[in-house]
Ligand binder design. Structure first.
Ligand SMILES: [Zn+2]
Ligand SMILES: [Zn+2]
Length: 326
């Protein structure tokens, strides 16, 4: 049984915490969503709109609408949504997977543009602890966490940050992981940044990296931003949260673009063992990584696709790759 409580911190940040006295098993009471569609709004490849180094996706599940990440450049997601005929003003919840600017760059522009029409638009921003921690280059001089500067203006717009220290079912069958344990040394982070701690500068492993887990009748769907916690670490944590279900779909950036052949083979083998049915690999997944996983996890071209702006995954129909990536 999970007990949750809210702790109100300074300046509008709400921290969700509570006791996990047992293994994460309450998900096995199993809420499952009936309808699910995930539409990519920022990634490199674009059939429609703008491509960029970044990631964002709209999740629509049983009537709940959630924006996962906000792209890199301030206007990209706003423009791409308009071009795709997607109205984001009825999206109350936003998730920031981690602090990197290619995932938080659209945050303020989106909130300001949409709140003029609908004050509740993107007014709840879900994050994990560490997203506002100070980062530095090795020389220790310059602040390199762009998300710190977004906090005050976003709160001034009336939005609140909700910080998740542990898995949280934000809607029936829809979970945020909070920080992901990392038993496998996947080390899927690349930028040589340092985290500022009381012990000095340490390697920044992006500890706040958080995924969205959506439970369905066919297994669970995982949405990741940049995959810094590791693809397999994340899906194994998903299995702890919702039970040992198959991984029905994996969507987002897996940070495998520079992975070695052996790392790709290991990852693909684990995904095959987890009975992965669909991969919509965008952003930092890497083209070769998508094709290797397609081959090694025996998915075929309809089930493992490079994500493009406007491409989507529907739990009942599979992937719509649009034109170029089909
Ligand atoms: Zn990142
Ligand atoms: Zn990224």
């Amino acid at each position: 049984m999970r007990s949750s409580r809210l702790v109100y911190l300074t300046a509008g940040v709400v921290l969700t915490t509570g006791a996990i006295s047992t293994p994460i098993d309450s998900g096995r009471t199993q809420h499952r969503v009936k309808s699910l569609k995930v539409t990519v709004l920022s990634t490199m490849l674009a059939d429609h709109g703008l491509g960029e180094w970044g990631f964002a996706a709209l999740i629509e599940a049983d009537g709940h609408r959630i924006l996962f990440d906000t792209g890199n450049r301030p206007e990209t997601v706003l423009q791409n949504a308009r071009e795709l005929g997607i109205d984001l003003s009825s999206v109350p919840d936003m998730v920031l997977s981690h602090h990197h600017g290619d995932h938080t760059g659209g945050l303020l522009t989106l909130r300001r543009a949409l709140a003029t029409k609908t004050p509740s638009a993107l007014a709840r921003v879900h994050v994990a602890p560490g997203i506002f921690s100070s980062r530095r280059k090795s020389d220790g001089k310059e602040e390199t966490n762009p998300t710190i500067a977004l906090k005050a203006p976003l709160e001034a717009s009336g939005a609140v940050f909700v910080e998740h220290r542990q898995p949280k079912e934000i809607f029936p069958g829809i979970w945020l992981t909070g920080p992901v344990p990392r038993p496998h040394p996947e080390r899927d982070w690349g930028a040589p940044m340092k985290l500022v701690t009381s012990d000095g500068l340490v390697t920044d492993s992006i500890p706040e990296d958080m995924a969205l887990i959506i439970n369905t009748d066919r297994g669970f769907v995982v949405v990741v931003g940049c995959g810094h916690a590791g693809t397999i670490n994340t899906i194994e944590y998903g299995q702890k949260i919702v039970g040992p279900e198959p991984v029905y779909a994996l969507i987002g950036g897996l940070h495998l673009f520079a992975a070695t052949d052996s790392a790709l083979a290991w990852t693909a083998g684990r995904l095959r063992d987890a009975k992965l049915s669909y991969l919509l690999g965008g952003h930092c997944t890497g083209l070769e990584a998508v094709y290797r996983i397609r081959e090694l996890a025996v998915l075929g071209r309809k089930r493992a696709v490079v994500a493009a702006v406007g491409s989507s995954f529907d739990a009942s129909k599979g992937i719509d790759p649009l034109s170029l990536a089909q």
